[in-house]
Design a protein around this ligand. Structure first.
Ligand code: FMN
Length: 202
């Protein structure tokens, strides 16, 4: 049953007000159960026709993170190697093929996404939404995130996806470090646009 009431102030604090983008990590591992729990929450976030195009590759081992390292910008490398987990947030170019399973009352909705421009628009849009749900879900699990777009996209796709049958049509969207943030590495919080500057009510 929907609750239809604001969540607790503590939840707002943890998820948005005090939550920050992290640039460094304390030495504390994150159990795989919390990563799985974050996915189990984020997958419930809404997407067009429930198309769920996002795919996630979670890097945890030293070896996996080292495979990523050459493709990161200089400023993103050290903090990513030090992060307990790194999520490659991707989306599946063939996401529409799962629509009969995901939207069973209208399996023909698959055809809405057949044309390449539609796949690009809806796959990227909904995959990005699911990437944002990951950040919020991880924060709700008590974790911190460090999303990044500073990396060589083609290089990451070649290294992680192209040799793998399941992943060969996945496209990288962004990367997200996940761990417990080191407060000493925080940069000052930047301003946000006011309601007046960013919104309109008609
Ligand atoms: C999609 C995305 C890509 C980003 N790329 C990078 C990046 O490559 N390197 C980096 O240091 N920060 C990156 N950031 C961090 C942003 O600069 C940061 O989230 C923003 O300034 C807000 O910071 P705050 O959450 O601490 O207020 C990225 C954030 C997002 C959401």
């Amino acid at each position: 049953m929907p609750v239809n009431a604001p969540v607790s102030d503590a939840c707002l604090e943890q998820t948005f007000r005090s939550a920050r983008t992290r640039n460094g990590w304390i030495e504390r591992d994150v159990p795989e159960t919390l990563v799985r729990a974050s996915y189990d929450l984020l997958r419930l976030g809404p997407t067009s026709a429930n198309c769920c195009p996002a795919r996630f590759v979670f890097l945890h081992t030293e070896a996996a993170k080292n495979r990523l390292a050459p493709f990161l910008t200089e400023g993103n490398r050290a903090k990513t190697l030090a992060s307990p987990w790194v999520a490659i947030v991707a989306w599946d170019w063939n996401f529409h093929e799962k629509i009969p399973e995901l939207f069973p009352h209208n399996p023909g909705a698959k055809d809405w996404f057949e044309a390449e421009p539609a796949r690009q628009e809806h796959g990227f849009r909904n995959g990005s939404l699911q990437g944002a749900y990951l950040i919020v879900a991880a924060r709700m699990m008590g974790l911190d995130c460090g999303p990044m777009s500073g990396f060589d996209k083609a290089g990451v796709e070649e290294e992680f996806f192209q040799g793998d049958d399941r992943m060969k049509d996945w496209k990288v969207n962004f990367l997200c470090n996940i761990g417990y943030g080191d407060d000493t590495k925080l940069k000052p919080r930047n301003p946000r646009l006011s309601f007046q500057d960013a919104c309109a009510i008609l």
